[in-house]
Design a protein around this ligand. Sequence first.
Ligand SMILES: Nc1ncnc2c1ncn2[C@@H]1O[C@H](COP(=O)(O)OP(=O)(O)OP(=O)(O)O)[C@@H](O)[C@H]1O
Length: 260
Amino acid sequence: MNRHVAEPAGVAPAVEASGVHVNRGRTRILRGLDFTIGAGRITGLLGPSGSGKTTLMRAIVGAQRLSAGAVTVLGQPAGAAALRHDVGYVTQSPSVYPDLSVEANVRYFGAMHGATAADTAEAIAAVGLEDLARQRTADLSGGQSSRVSLACALVSHPGLLVLDEPTVGLDPVLRAELWERFATMAASGTTLLVSSHVMEEASHCSSLLLLREGLLMASLTPAELGERGHSTDLEQAFLHLIREAEGKPSRTDRNESQVA
Ligand SMILES: Nc1ncnc2c1ncn2[C@@H]1O[C@H](COP(=O)(O)OP(=O)(O)OP(=O)(O)O)[C@@H](O)[C@H]1O
């Protein structure tokens, strides 16, 4: 199978990675990744805990030194100054000012990108925090703080939004609303790269990058994952691929909700 999900004719990929290696000390964390991420759609970055998802996201936003290889983002080298207003990154732990209100946080991050008051209000509404806009961020729950962090990235309307496990700690209703929001953003041209180790979330993505132990196991659509993994349950399909790669027989009697 082709390693890359086909791009629509004439549309340049948002991200191109070739031969990406990241070593930390003697540990080889990313081990020669080649892939593209299509523009204007949601790509899921999936893999067990420790497989290298955060390291790869850091490489894409230009926060990770590569040991070898190259990453190009929206036609520029990853981390280039010209990308400052075009790339949004939301880390796993919320990066907000605890002593400021939700609104003040979002306004502050928006100001760096020339965002308006309407942009601030829209970003807060997008993450469902209108009722808490005046609340100090320090007084919010973990899931609410994560949503403030997300609003701070949304406010500048980046062309590429990189989200590290954005749905962790959210209840099912909010999680569904966020995925709807992501779909709307993709439909209006935003490229989203969303990491998760919950395979059920893969079905919300149009393309998937499956990482395991620093290697790219596959770049494919959810439907292709189901076919290759012989299961409509994407969790089972991914486990099948992993066992196939390990040369072990596939077990179909497992019923975990996460791959990690
Ligand atoms: N600063 C560091 N020094 C050495 N090793 C590191 C460092 N940061 C991460 N690693 C190792 O790199 C590997 C990949 O880590 P990474 O955080 O990218 O994985 P991940 O897939 O995002 O995991 P999770 O889903 O648990 O967040 C892990 O084995 C981790 O222990």
